[in-house]
Ligand binder design. Structure first.
Ligand code: GDP
Ligand code: GDP
Length: 454
């Protein structure tokens, strides 16, 4: 049945994948013993994947971080399918299906010293039904003489076979170049050196003490700086040195001139708040600790969380706190701030200066969480243990499985769970909560999305 493959001759071997996320996924599939693990080791540049000599040993799908020519991607070693399984074709189909559904690019490995087998051909049929780019690797091409064998794999109809020796490294650089060409376009890179001071929004309803805090910071700290070399600062922003670091306080001109109350209706004030949050990386939401948390306070907190910004909630006027109110405040906080338990909380007083020195460390912690990246290996080690200990509950006789996860981005951290089907909202929240317990993310929102295989 290899004849069908010849129809494909002359067509472009690989199309560029549609972008599915900032960190692309490459799946390595093929029969057992063709050299998938060896190839994955070669791609990630270290001996981490387990090489099994026993055919039919099924490994877990393990993702690894890889890098080539400055490009980051994730390689998934799909393990071997059971050649002795009763319904072999079905097992192959399932394997190929998962690989195809979760990957941006599929690397299909064939043993060139054996040539194509009917198992390979069955897998090719599955792979070709998908729209994913497939790269055909003729592995174990250890020398030039064996390249003739590799050429015969044109018959599989997957375009040009790439002769590679995963064991000795022969041809692996060319293969990696081809993989990069097939990956979706990379996101634009911002150079860390180009970054100016960190941008902070100081927000809160009128009279919570924003101007007082800004004045306190400007007074206590050495100076309000006017400019930082090489950066342009919006005239409505202020540069303030807090805790030995220069920060850009977004849209604070009005505050410094004490004209905020005169600047119009609540509607315009809230537009201005939204604008400041949008322009900032981290927000300090000021609350008046001497008064109950109001709906307006809640709206501002929600704005920050929904904008995906890091957040410090500062209870100002702590000097006015009496023990009675103190007792009720803890319960009030549990109730009113339960949707943002991750926000860093500070109890301070702009008037007395209490705990104002805690602000800079809190901002630094929140930003560190906001930009935290969990290595894929570490993430999946944790996830595997979690879903083994607490699998998804069975619904109507079936339970979706979580296959693996990748971190799709930072600022804020975003995670993608690859699954066999949609997850219950409750289970997704459970995974999110456990993710925080394990990795922290104090002061930062975290997004978790699910990519069920189609
Ligand atoms: P997998 O089951 O597809 O993951 O295959 P492995 O990576 O475990 O490799 C199976 C066997 O093939 C091992 O003994 C490897 O050392 C060997 N092997 C892998 N790549 C090559 C290669 O390029 N050339 C040769 N000669 N042997 C290889
Ligand atoms: P803004 O509208 O948020 O800028 O608030 P202001 O800074 O104008 O402060 C409103 C009122 O609260 C003023 O009368 C301040 O003196 C007072 N205030 C601000 N911070 C504190 C504080 O920490 N303790 C006390 N007791 N009063 C404060």
């Amino acid at each position: 049945s290899g004849a069908e493959g010849w129809v494909e001759l002359g067509e472009p071997a690989v199309e560029r994948a549609e972008p599915t996320g900032p960190v692309p996924v490459v799946a390595v599939v093929g029969r057992p013993n063709v050299g998938k693990s060896t190839l994955v080791n070669r791609i990630i540049g270290r001996r981490q994947a387990v090489v099994e000599d026993t055919p039919g040993v099924t490994r877990d799908r393990v993702p690894y971080d890889a890098q080539w020519a400055g490009r980051q991607f994730v390689v998934v070693d799909t393990g071997g399918w059971e050649p002795d399984a009763k319904d072999r074709a079905a097992a192959i189909a399932a394997q190929a299906e998962i690989a195809v559904a979760t990957a941006d690019v599929v690397v299909f490995v064939v043993d060139a010293t054996v040539g194509s087998t009917d198992v390979d051909e069955a897998a090719v049929r599955m792979l070709r039904r998908s729209a994913k780019p497939v790269l055909l690797v003729a592995n174990k091409t250890d020398n030039a003489a064996l390249e003739i064998e590799a050429t015969s794999l044109w018959s599989l109809g997957l375009g040009e076979p790439y002769p590679v020796s995963a064991l000795h490294g022969r041809g692996s650089g060319d293969l990696l170049d081809r993989i990069l060409e097939a990956l979706p376009d990379p996101p634009p890179i911002t150079e860390p050196g180009e970054r100016g001071p960190r941008r902070v929004a100081l927000v809160g309803r009128p009279n919570v003490g924003k101007s007082s805090l800004l004045n306190r910071l400007a007074r206590e700290e050495r100076a309000v700086v006017d400019s930082v070399a090489g950066t342009t600062v919006d005239p409505v922003d202020s540069l303030v040195e807090i805790g030995g670091q220069t920060w850009q306080l977004v849209d604070t001109a009005g505050l410094r001139k004490r004209v905020s109350q005169a600047s119009g209706t609540e509607y315009y004030a809230s537009l201005r708040t939204a604008g400041a949050i949008e322009a900032a990386e981290v927000a300090v939401v000021l609350l008046d600790a001497s008064e109950p948390i109001s709906e307006q306070d809640q709206r501002i907190i929600t704005m920050v969380a929904e904008a995906g910004r890091a957040m410090v909630i500062a209870f100002n006027k702590w000097d006015l706190m009496d023990p009675d109110r103190r007792y009720y405040l803890d319960r009030e906080i549990d109730r009113e701030l339960r949707r943002v338990p991750w926000a860093i909380r500070l109890n301070l007083s702009a008037k007395t200066g209490r705990a104002v020195d805690k602000l800079a460390p809190a901002l630094r912690t929140a930003l560190r969480s906001w930009e935290q990246r969990i290595p894929t290996g570490q993430l999946n080690q944790w996830l595997t243990a979690l879903v083994q200990a607490t699998p998804h509950p069975v619904r109507g006789g079936r339970a979706p499985r979580v296959l693996f996860a990748t971190q799709a981005g930072v600022s804020p951290p975003r995670f993608v769970l690859f699954t066999t089907g949609p997850l219950d909202a409750g289970y997704q929240r459970f995974v999110e909560r456990k993710l925080r317990e394990e990795f922290g993310f104090e002061g930062s929102p975290v997004e978790v999305s699910v990519r069920p295989r189609k």
